[in-house]
Write a protein that binds this ligand. Structure first.
Ligand SMILES: [Zn+2]
Length: 293
């Protein structure tokens, strides 16, 4: 008798529990309303905005300004240029670096240094990086010898240790864009170049996502020890510039990669690299274990 009572009590308890659980599950959870955070600009983008505001707008027949130009090269890579200014004095190709700290570098040295307190970061020589941009631009525009390689830093960087005629502060741009040299471009040539680039901008053959994917492919090739441009073997080289990886098909192929940092001599900005590595972090652990020597 007593067992029957206990069994009945247990059954009742189970039924109550099931009803309770079902009720809790079907009850709607209070809705939490969240507003998506405003997309945060990183230092690279902020720097590019500042420089764009210094450069101002295009003035027909006088100066043409194109910011954040992205196009696909004939090799199928993508090329991203921070700013291009076209005026009668030439085509100014501008790379913006919004870095802080002390910057150390020479024009012919692959690896530059950023020193912030005790931290030292290596980054790929931005003048060389911009040379790649100019090469691609000259192929696109079919015009040679009118390009000015300009790398600008913002005032938070100390560039007094940099040895290069191409490196300036952003505030110097108005002076640089109006040199006391003779004109090299006619009004017609200026307009033609601008129209080609403007067309590239409004009809991009590549978008940011594709650009990142291209970089991804290149980095994977590098991680396997092969040149992403010509598939030659990457070899460790040592010269007065220090240690770096270069393509075994040099001088046919001039691809190089910094030994310490992730930067390499293809058209990309630090901003894109940073964004890329955010998305790659998970995968890179797996790849690192297979890293080539
Ligand atoms: Zn190569």
């Amino acid at each position: 008798m007593i067992y029957a009572l206990i069994a009945a009590a247990i059954i009742i308890l189970i039924v109550v529990a099931i009803i309770g659980i079902t009720y809790a599950a079907t009850r709607k959870k209070p809705e939490i309303i969240t507003t998506p955070p405003a997309p945060q600009k990183d230092d690279g983008e902020i720097g590019e905005d500042i420089v764009a505001s210094i450069l101002g707008n295009s003035v027909a027949g006088e100066k043409y300004v194109i910011n954040d130009l992205l196009f696909k090269t004939s090799e199928g890579h993508s090329c991203q240029i921070d700013h291009v200014v076209i005026n009668k004095y030439g085509i100014f190709v501008i790379e913006t670096k919004n870095y802080s700290g002390h910057i150390y570098g020479k024009e012919n040295v692959h690896q530059w240094k950023q020193v912030v307190g005790k931290a030292i970061n290596n980054f790929y020589n931005p003048v060389m990086q911009n040379s790649t941009h100019i090469y691609q631009l000259s192929r696109r525009l079919g015009i040679k010898g009118v390009y000015k390689n300009i790398v600008v830093f913002l005032p938070k960087a100390d560039i007094s240790f940099v040895k290069s005629d191409c490196v300036f502060y952003a505030d110097d741009l108005p002076r640089i864009l109006a040199p006391s040299s003779p004109a090299v471009l006619s009004g017609m040539q200026m307009e033609r170049c601008y129209r080609i680039l403007e067309y590239s901008k409004t009809h991009p053959t590549t978008d940011k996502q594709e650009h990142i994917e291209n970089i991804n492919k290149m980095l994977e090739s590098i991680e396997r020890g092969f040149c992403p441009r010509c598939n030659g073997k990457l070899v460790l080289k040592i010269d007065e510039n220090g240690e770096y990886y270069g393509c075994s098909n040099y001088p046919k192929c001039t691809f190089t990669k910094d030994k310490e940092s992730e930067e390499f001599s293809d058209a990309m900005t630090r901003y894109q690299l940073r964004r890329l590595f955010k998305t790659r972090k998970r995968r890179s652990k797996k790849l690192k274990s297979k890293k080539w020597k």
